[in-house]
Design a protein around this ligand. Sequence first.
Ligand code: MGD
Ligand code: MGD
Ligand code: MO
Length: 765
Amino acid sequence: MTVKPTTHSSHWGAFTAVLHDDKLVVTPFAGDPDPSPILKNFENALDHKVRIATPMVRRGWLENGPGPDDRRGDDEYIAISWEEAYALVSGELSRVATTHGPESVFGGSYGWSSAGRFHHAQSQVHRFLNTTIGGYVRSVNSYSSGAASVILPHIVGDMNEIARRGVSWEEISEHTDVLLSFGGLALKNSQVASGGLSEHTERGFIDKAAKRGTTFISVSPLESDLPDEARGEWLAIKPGTDAALILALLHVLNANQWSDEDFLARYCVGWDKLVAYLCGAEDGQMRDAQWASEICGISAARIESLAAELYGKRVMISVAHALQRAEHGEQPVWLGLVLSAALGQPGLPGGGYGYALGALGHYGKHHNQVSFPALPQGKNGVKDFIPVARLSDMLLNPGEEFRYNGQTLRYPHIKLAWWAGGNPFHHHQDLARLRRAFNQLDTLIVHEVAWTATARHADIVLPATMTLEREDVGGAPTDRHLFAMQPVAKPFGEAKDDYSIFAELAKRLGREEAFTEGRTAREWLQHLYQQMQEKCEQQNISVPNFEQFWEIGQLQLPQLKDGGRLLRNLRNDPDRYPLPTPSGKIEIFSQTIADFNDADCPGHPVWLEPTQKPDSQNPLYLIANQPATKLHSQLDYGKHSVSQKLDGREICRLHPQDALSRGIKVGDTAIISNSRGAVLASVEISKQIMQGVIQLPTGAWYDPQDARAAHPLCRHGNPNVLTLDVGTSSLAQGCCGQITTVNIARFEDVAPAVRAFEPPVVLYR
Ligand SMILES: Nc1nc2c(c(=O)[nH]1)N[C@H]1C(S)=C(S)[C@@H](COP(=O)(O)OP(=O)(O)OC[C@H]3O[C@@H](n4cnc5c(=O)[nH]c(N)nc54)[C@H](O)[C@@H]3O)O[C@H]1N2
Ligand SMILES: Nc1nc2c(c(=O)[nH]1)N[C@H]1C(S)=C(S)[C@@H](COP(=O)(O)OP(=O)(O)OC[C@H]3O[C@@H](n4cnc5c(=O)[nH]c(N)nc54)[C@H](O)[C@@H]3O)O[C@H]1N2
Ligand SMILES: [Mo]
């Protein structure tokens, strides 16, 4: 059967799709100059054996009822009908909400879900819990920018304004002399933007800038973080030590009187206090190039010459998200801003600070004049929340105190957790600890398209459709195209979209009208579209009506060119446009943060030793960064992702010297381990990686050989078996997943086959 191609969109690009005799063919959006190969992951995904066909209940939960259970992650499932599933789920939610209140339900449901404004799973969960039981314990911030999203409001007033609405690539390509990037600008990362991106333009802009004369310098443990098109310099740095390097650069600028004292006096507070710290007046320790060199591994001479190369130039500083996904991750974020200020660059064309530039396809882009509205989530009557990465802490330590952003809060006592559109066994650190945490629950409910490790820990699993099996509207505020996401296939098995599932549950809870407002999914799309259309009309932007839009499949929206406005406005008119900080200026010293009195994040940026440093037991750093071949764990079973594994295992990369000294060869299976567990991975050897560092990307589905082991062995290569589950600091409590320390050896036994994509044992009645 051949069907007319339908327009569609995903977090990694827009495309058209067609089913030819049950084979899905995906073609990138014609207007995309540099489409992502991740699109290929769709082609074998619709009917993969790891998809979930019917609702499921975990055997232990069915037999024993709700309650803590060590069998989660290691149990059989029983296929049930939707009627049975609705009855079990609505009954259990009523029981928990009536007995313990909505403050015992965790509905954070962190995760990227799929593109599509309406079926965004997390929004659906939140709306459902708000409209049926009056709320839920939520999570704040993200795994992406846990530390940055707390510190940046204190020191520059707003995160979004210097990240997503920061200086644009277009401006950089025209004006920047030096782009100094901590953590690089890997094109693998800007392939992706939440909500979708129809035009991948980073490669083109980087090429244009380099041709015009921009010097790119990438400070990173990996050479591959610098795109070839940048024709730049790779400065290899020990993971987690950028704060020391930047302090030394500031020391050199100050010592040579290269710091822009006029800018620092007019637009900043606290430079004098930082200078006292740099020069040793604060505590007797000088933070000069020699001092930093011993910490970060870059020679003192190169640190000094780098400072000289920045002086007098139009400089853009960027700090990747990755740097703050680590112990004391607040510090490099703060120091990147301070460095740009000491150079007097914020607010100049192509100059200043672009936090997370290149980390996602949103950054450095223009914003649409009007954006597509989000699904309203209703009112959450529960006040309790956690910083998102404190999940296991919360479940394991109910009632205990924790610090967050100057407050002392308590972990709530959670009985039931609900997850749709996220995979904590992908995103969270220390997976053995996460399993223990989930085992404390009475009930875990998960909606999933496939048998992820999270689904395998659930008590009730509800099968969700993929976007290809339903209607939606795809768009992001930084993408000028809006797409009709038209279905290309029927739902797999009995899968339903999250909205329909929640609508049925709301009906059984007597709250259908409150949840649906009487609308079908199609009517919601029309309703949301109409709201956008009205906003457009108010601004004299003409757009087709919904039916025409649906027929054409796409439309183009006008954009604003206001990137970088926060610091540009400050520079041009500080009285009229003070920053939304207590001083109205850039805070190099923050009295607010100082008054919090947390030793792990004092009032000005500092170098603090991480607890995780290579030692005799764990002599190597592990970088667990974003995968090039997929988005997180999504469609890890997809064609492109699988084609980039070896023996079915994720590939780790290490330096030839580190391999040689351990007798490890290309193509070997290696075992990477530390006190939390071990993973198997296939070996690639590369000089593009710093000696002393191993890289293993995230995204391989957790595949423990013995699910109940205290120190599990993952056969597939999921680095979160190894990462440490601690907060970045008492200030932000962000996740520290990016960097840990490990040992590596050749795996001498016969390597066990990967079983990540084999469904669990299911009993059909
Ligand atoms: N060690 C380490 N860990 C990390 C990171 C790191 O750098 N190092 N990075 C972190 C970062 S930045 C992030 S953002 C997180 C990402 O973590 P997540 O966002 O949790 O990862 P995803 O794989 O995107 O999970 C989305 C899940 O939703 C499912 N899904 C997709 N569409 C739908 C739908 O319509 N309905 C339902 N019900 N389900 C759907 C997918 O199948 C998938 O399992 O990981 C973090 N974890
Ligand atoms: N293909 C693809 N793209 C993605 C994603 C994906 O899953 N797949 N995820 C998206 C998401 S949700 C996010 S939040 C962003 C994340 O954006 P980032 O966090 O910036 O991305 P990462 O790839 O984790 O890290 C970028 C690079 O930082 C370097 N790095 C790590 N530690 C250090 C350090 O201590 N110092 C220095 N100088 N460099 C260091 C690593 O070499 C790494 O390759 O990526 C997005 N883009
Ligand atoms: Mo992220």
